[in-house]
Design a protein around this ligand. Structure first.
Ligand SMILES: *[C@@H]1O[C@H](CO)[C@@H](O)[C@H](O)[C@H]1NC(C)=O
Ligand SMILES: *[C@@H]1O[C@H](CO)[C@@H](O)[C@H](O)[C@H]1NC(C)=O
Ligand SMILES: *[C@@H]1O[C@H](CO)[C@@H](O)[C@H](O)[C@H]1NC(C)=O
Ligand SMILES: [Ca+2]
Ligand SMILES: [Ca+2]
Length: 231
């Protein structure tokens, strides 16, 4: 079996805890083409499907971020879902990335309206790759991502309940963000599931999502199970 190369690694969390803290009040990703935040750089605030457009293709070596950002070896967030992906998150953190000189597209997870607004992002591929279905309201069906979701992110302080049937039927579980980042002023709550095994549902089984905790099975806080990958 071909082993998929995934740079995603827990080192990112360790380094992020030790990173340099800088003040900023909104989501951004500043990528530098040298280590130690040197060289040419670009500040991303939006989804960017092709980094060559800003002369940063395959060149990022260090970065500073606020929010949660997903970075892909392939352009267009890896529509074929075959390449490596990297996860970066924090509030005002800076570090050298292990995903050196390979990133070709980046997008954030979370609300486009406010860093810590209540939001969910669902992805077609594991590791946040491929097509996306996202929102801040109930969805009785997931359109193109019907029976296709393989990874997800929840941000903000609300719970979201994911169902295996359309219109909020079938098996369900509810997810709260379980990781809190802050620089003392700005806060960001988030959680992620790299695949459906982590979540505890079959792959490609989610068919609807509702705001609030409408299931007996609770992941994150308060009083629920911690998310599996962070145990
Ligand atoms: C990076 O910064 C550290 C600490 O300031 C310094 O010791 C090191 O030499 C720098 N490395 C490079 C490659 O600039
Ligand atoms: C996806 O796969 C197709 C067919 O193999 C290929 O032509 C295309 O370049 C790939 N796209 C990306 C972004 O890798
Ligand atoms: C980044 O890498 C440089 C060169 O290896 C090193 O000197 C520096 O301490 C690293 N910086 C951080 C924040 O890890
Ligand atoms: Ca690349
Ligand atoms: Ca899928």
């Amino acid at each position: 079996m071909r082993t998929m190369k995934l740079w995603y690694c827990l080192v990112l969390f360790i380094t992020s805890e030790k990173g340099v803290v800088r003040g900023d009040d909104s989501r951004y990703l500043t990528g530098y083409d040298g280590l130690n935040f040197t060289g040419a750089h670009y500040q991303f605030t939006e989804y960017t499907p092709d980094l060559s457009v800003v002369q940063m293709d395959n060149s990022i070596e260090s970065l500073c971020i606020t929010g949660q950002w997903h970075a892909y070896d392939a352009v267009n967030y890896d529509p074929n879902m075959t390449q490596a992906a990297c996860l970066w998150r924090g509030v005002g953190f800076c570090w050298n990335t292990s995903c050196t000189n390979a990133i070709s597209s980046v997008r954030y997870a979370g609300s486009p309206y406010g860093l810590n607004d209540d939001y969910y992002n669902l992805y077609e591929g594991t590791y946040f790759r491929g097509k996306e279905f996202r929102g801040n309201t109930n969805a009785g069906n997931l359109g193109e991502l019907d029976k296709a979701v393989s990874s997800l992110v929840v941000t903000g302080q609300a719970a979201w309940t994911f169902f295996t049937g359309v219109d909020f039927t079938g098996s369900s579980l509810c997810v709260y963000a379980d990781k809190h980042f802050t620089d003392g002023v700005i806060s960001f709550d988030t959680t992620y599931f790299l695949n459906m095994d982590e979540l505890g549902l079959p792959d490609n089984s989610i068919r609807s999502v509702a705001r609030g905790c409408l299931s007996e099975r609770v992941l994150g806080h308060p009083g629920g199970e911690p998310a599996p990958s962070r145990r």
